[in-house]
Design a protein around this ligand. Structure first.
Ligand SMILES: [Zn+2]
Length: 484
């Protein structure tokens, strides 16, 4: 500060020629001798400074005096105009106050050193601003950290987004969600009507195949009609050619939600939870799960009549005494239903959306980081397509593999960072990799690839033998208890 103030006063003199006083000379020389670097490194900086044409002109200005107006200043040096009083030359090195000015050829090296510990933007800025200087240094540091793949990889998860508002379905069994439920070594197909919340449960027995699931769906659709939309996460076997052909023949539109993000198929997720809970309690108390299912279908919810009332326009008889009148058909009109729907939506939205903000939309071509599995690190990819289900995207990784992911598992990266994707050093700097780093990365990538492939292989093989392996690789034995 002392030097700066002294120089500021000196620079304001009309001549623009610094006149060093003896005390100033003492301070600047102390600054030079206090540079905590080896003689060898000092010489390296000196050489780089001497061969930096921009800094040579700057040095000349400092020694011979600045032009009297900004217009006369060399265009390369205009950014120094406002801080000219803070610039000085000591033993052929340039300083801004007590900070060394780094020549262009050494700026990348300095950036790498600053970010060596992979600290965030503000910490890197604080570190650098205290000791070195070049014009636009802050922007360069910001870019470097933004583009660092290592930092991107270990960033925390995105905050949950506000609840997405689904428009009200126009009639019962228009939109139906399907999902698989694993309980007590059994696997079930859970089918839910978005309109009435009526749940159908089908035991898949030992046939975890598209053909078996199609048979169960046909039986259910024969009972309630063919839905217009079928919502699923598109995992096997919902992604098989056989399943697609069934949907095509029955004129059903398949809406895919994102894998590992059950909230995007919220209705199916909530049905799985309800059914699992119900079966657990029945098993524990040795009660009849069919009666429990009937009771669920017959019970009104907070803002709605019962699922059976909404889907079938009547209450279902149970083993609890009821007067005949209660079992006669009664239609709940669409406007009555809509009123309940809006009330329900407002309540759950208010509860869920507290302190949540939507993530910005992504477009094809945007570079992103993504998670292969919910708990894995962030990996680079590019957005290929935004799906009908607004928050779902198709992305492609560096090896050309495509994935479908919810926005919550995607993080926007700057375009530049990913253009440098292929030649990015393991520390995130755009430099060539050392052979050891490259080998380590390749081994890691190969390992991940092999894990993925073996998981997919086991899924396919198990499917052939009519067994089921969960997404986490756990084998699920075959169902028995409830056969619907
Ligand atoms: Zn980093």
């Amino acid at each position: 500060m002392y030097i700066s103030d002294t120089l500021s006063r000196a620079a304001l003199k009309e001549t623009y020629i610094p006149k060093y006083e003896s005390d100033l000379s003492y301070h600047v020389n102390a600054l030079y001798s206090n540079l905590a670097i080896s003689e060898e490194y000092k010489n390296k900086i000196l050489l780089a400074t001497n061969s930096d044409s921009e800094l040579q002109i700057l040095k000349k200005y400092c020694q011979d005096g600045w032009p009297t107006s900004k217009n006369q200043v060399d265009p390369l040096l205009k950014s120094y105009w406002n801080i000219q009083a803070e610039i000085h030359v000591i033993n052929n090195l340039l300083f801004k106050n007590d900070k060394l000015i780094i020549p262009k050829s050494m700026q990348n090296e300095m950036l790498r050193k600053i970010h060596e510990g992979h600290q965030g933007i503000s910490k890197c800025l604080n570190l650098a601003r205290n000791i070195i200087y070049w014009p636009n240094m802050s922007a360069d540091i910001k870019n470097l950290v933004d583009q660092c793949l290592i930092c991107a990889k270990f960033k925390p998860n995105n905050q949950p987004e506000p609840l997405q508002s689904y428009s009200v379905t126009s009639f019962p069994w228009q939109r139906v969600g399907i999902d698989l439920m694993h309980f007590n070594n059994n696997t079930y197909l859970v089918v839910t009507d978005y309109y009435s919340k009526f749940i159908e449960l089908a035991l898949l027995n030992n046939k975890y195949t598209a053909a078996n699931i199609i048979i169960h769906l046909k039986s259910i659709f024969a009972r309630h009609g063919v839905p217009v939309f079928l919502v699923s996460d598109g995992g096997p076997p919902f992604n098989s050619a056989e399943f697609k052909s069934f949907l095509y023949n029955w004129d059903i539109e398949h809406i895919l939600t994102s894998p590992y993000h059950p909230k995007s198929n919220g209705q199916a997720e909530s049905s799985v939870k309800i059914m699992k809970n119900m079966l657990k309690k029945c098993l524990e108390s040795n009660k009849d799960p069919y009666m429990a299912l009937l009771q669920y279908r017959n019970t009104p919810k907070a803002n709605f009549p019962s699922p059976a009332q909404l889907l079938m326009s009547r209450n279902l008889r149970m083993h609890i005494p009821v007067i005949n009148k209660k079992l006669k058909p009664k239609v709940v009109t669409f406007s009555e239903y809509k009123k309940g729907f809006e009330k329900d939506k407002a309540q759950s939205k208010h509860y869920y959306n507290r302190n949540k903000k939507p993530l910005p939309l992504l477009n094809p071509g945007n570079f992103v980081s993504f998670k292969k599995m919910p708990n894995s690190d962030w990996l680079p990819a590019v957005v290929k397509e935004r799906l009908k289900c607004q928050r779902s995207y198709i992305i492609e990784d560096s090896k050309g593999n495509r994935y479908r992911r919810n926005r919550i598992h995607l993080r926007f990266q700057s375009n530049e960072s990913c253009n440098k994707f292929d030649d990015v050093q393991s520390n995130g700097s755009p430099k060539a990799q050392s052979p050891v780093q490259r080998e380590n990365n390749e081994t890691r990538d190969r390992q991940m690839e092999e894990n993925r492939d073996s998981l997919m292989d086991s899924l396919c093989k198990e499917q052939e033998y009519h067994k089921y392996v969960t997404k986490s690789g756990r084998e699920v034995k075959l169902p028995k208890r409830i056969d619907l």
